[in-house]
Design a protein around this ligand. Sequence first.
Ligand code: ADP
Length: 270
Amino acid sequence: MRLVLLGPPGAGKGTQAERLSEGHKIARLSTGDMLRAAVSAGTPIGMKAKDIMARGELVSDPVVIAIIADRIKQPDAARGFILDGFPRTVAQAEALERLLAQRGLKLDAVVEIKVDESILINRIETRIAQMQARGEPVRADDKPEVLKQRLGAYRAQTAPLIDYYGKKGVLRTVDGMPPIDQVSVAIGRILTAAPRLSSPRRKPAARKAPRKPSRKAARKVAPKGRKSASKAGGVRRKARKGVRPARKAAAKGKARKTKRKQARRAGRRG
Ligand code: ADP
């Protein structure tokens, strides 16, 4: 299964991606996590991305496309993957399509998690509080002023993907407002209903030994005018089958009549 999760920051993409990854045993590919790892490791990409991310802007297309191109080649992505935070622009979506096409692959579905923007600030504040309570470092871009910028980037650069994937017929939308479990159930339903996802794609079946020709086919092949042994046998079997119930029914009817006669006679006597 190859899936994209779309939605504004705070919509719950990360949480749902994590659950799907565990449930379907496929890789979760989060460009945000990869970039944050690059920032902490101080790699050249990380150094380029650090300030852009802290401002809530998008890292350049070539950088993230190169990261994803490399990532989907890894063995753990062979069974499928969930993309969380990628693509974020139409150019990224087009690049993804090309990368998949090169390997004869396609996306199975794009799930948009739809939420009211008014609750996003609240959600991010809750996330900050939870991370602080767990003693985890808070993300540099999880601040109300940066969130506004991230939302702006989503509206301007990522929301057009809803139309883009809608036209391709792969877009499915879930309400991201209910509690996490309910959203997971809704996504699960979507995935079961998606024709390409309901049955995992199987390898083409290995060649089987040639099948015995069906009776119909055998009849076609058998020379006219002469019944094959099997056909003659079939006819005899059919005849027996047809006769037996008829005889049984007649015998039953006779028995019933005799019983009634005996009863009448007994009545006259008594
Ligand atoms: P969220 O979805 O909560 O905004 P992410 O963890 O997905 O957070 O992304 C954090 C930041 O990483 C983004 O604001 C952006 O700067 C950068 N980033 C992540 N993915 C991409 C991408 N596909 N294209 C450009 N920038 C990205």
